[in-house]
Design a binder for this molecule. Structure first.
Ligand SMILES: [Zn+2]
Length: 390
């Protein structure tokens, strides 16, 4: 048994295997089928660990081709972005001159949301910087944001310049050595500076995640590096359909009061099992609706290939021997022609159906706001649409 990379223990709490569906990567032949992943939860520190993580090459393929289904700057005003708790970040910013750094800022959408939020109060953050190594950084740069296409590391800023606020949303679970990263942030933090880390609250199972975090674990992590937790919040994200954990750290000797975690690791695991059961039952309810909609129909188009629920539902239809003919459709050029497991044909482009009437289409609720205008744009009429929860 491999040791816990945080505390070195090799004793784990057994919390059942979890079914996840891999991204539809035909260039990763062994990874296109549903997989079971086992999350080990360290008995001593509570860190959830996925020991069998993908190779760097596989992760890079996923990040570059599939990982980000949203294109913020194409649709900056849709309601998805209400899901991002800009208030929570903003209330921890002291002044307009504060040095604010987002780690893993992607295309800079959160930075843009933060500036919009400030402008509502007649403010503008003058020292807001994003650091992002992927090609997505170019999108934000092209939209005028200050993003450095780089990895954050020790002594990153010249002249020993210190940061007032680091924040990072849904990044920490994707990093192989988050502990060194945390320490590097802490060392480059002002005396009363803050670090905000937003992650799934233990859950959010995904093959690209190395670790699963909880508030009790973060307390141990803070202690180890000479930090403390000064604010925390757990909320349900309707966009991601998971609970999110938002933790604010400062240096141990900063002027803020420490906030103590009100529950322990055993509570987290019990709660997590209940959440998983709820998700499974919602998934199966959704399956009944989809089965009724697709069974014995000549053809059903399914819009949106970024969600693994397409594979999940088609896999289950196939397993239950339901007669169906599902053709996946997407608006992303780079997905055209991909063969998705359990679907009847490769991915077609939405615009190729311009000026046509289609009988049946499944659209995920999450895509609704972006698809409706596209259907209008391409003059596509759909007689029956099923909006799927997932
Ligand atoms: Zn541990």
């Amino acid at each position: 048994m491999k040791t816990c990379p945080f505390c070195g223990s090799n004793e784990y709490i057994d919390i059942r295997k979890i079914n996840v569906y891999n991204y539809m990567l035909c260039n990763l032949p062994v990874k296109e089928e549903p997989v079971q992943m086992k999350i080990y939860t360290c008995k001593h520190c509570g860190l959830g660990i996925y020991h069998d993580y993908l190779s760097d090459k596989e992760l890079e393929d996923i990040y570059n081709n599939y990982f980000y289904p949203f294109h913020y700057f194409d649709n900056p005003n849709i309601s998805w972005y209400n899901d991002f708790d800009v208030d929570f970040i903003a209330k921890h910013i002291q002044t307009e001159d504060s040095k604010i750094v987002e780690l893993g800022c992607h295309d800079g959408f959160f930075m843009d949301l933060l500036q919009k939020h400030a402008s509502l109060q007649g403010k503008h953050y003058k020292n807001l910087l994003g650091i992002e190594p992927s090609p997505n950084a170019d999108i934000g740069i092209a939209h005028g944001l200050k993003i450095e296409k780089n990895f954050f590391k020790e002594n990153y800023f010249p002249d020993n310049e210190k940061v007032d606020l680091f924040y990072s949303s849904h990044v920490f679970e994707h990093i192989k050595d988050p502990f060194t990263l945390f320490n590097n942030m802490l060392v480059q933090l002002n005396k009363n500076g803050k670090i905000i880390i937003i992650v799934p609250n233990f859950s959010g199972y995904d093959i690209t995640h190395y670790y699963y975090y909880s508030w009790p674990f973060f307390e141990k992590m803070a202690e180890k590096y000479g930090a403390k937790i000064i604010d925390a919040k757990i909320t349900y994200s309707s966009l991601r359909q998971i609970e999110e954990l938002k933790i604010v750290f400062s240096k141990k000797n900063a002027e803020y009061d420490e906030v103590k975690c009100p529950f322990d690791m055993h509570f987290i695991i019990k709660h997590e099992k209940e959440m998983q059961d709820k998700l499974v039952s919602e998934f199966l309810d959704g399956f009944q609706l989809i089965k009724k909609f697709v069974e014995n129909k000549e053809v059903v188009y399914w819009y949106g290939t970024a969600s693994y629920y397409l594979v999940s539902y088609c896999g289950l239809l196939s397993k239950r021997k339901v007669k169906y003919n599902i053709i996946p459709v997407d608006n992303e050029q780079n997905r055209q022609g991909f063969k998705i497991p359990y679907c009847s044909a490769p991915v077609e482009l939405l615009k190729d159906f311009s000026n046509q009437v289609l009988d049946n289409m499944v659209i995920s609720e999450i895509d609704k706001e972006t698809v409706i205008p596209l259907l209008k744009k391409y003059n596509i009429k759909i007689n029956n649409i099923l909006y799927s929860k997932f």
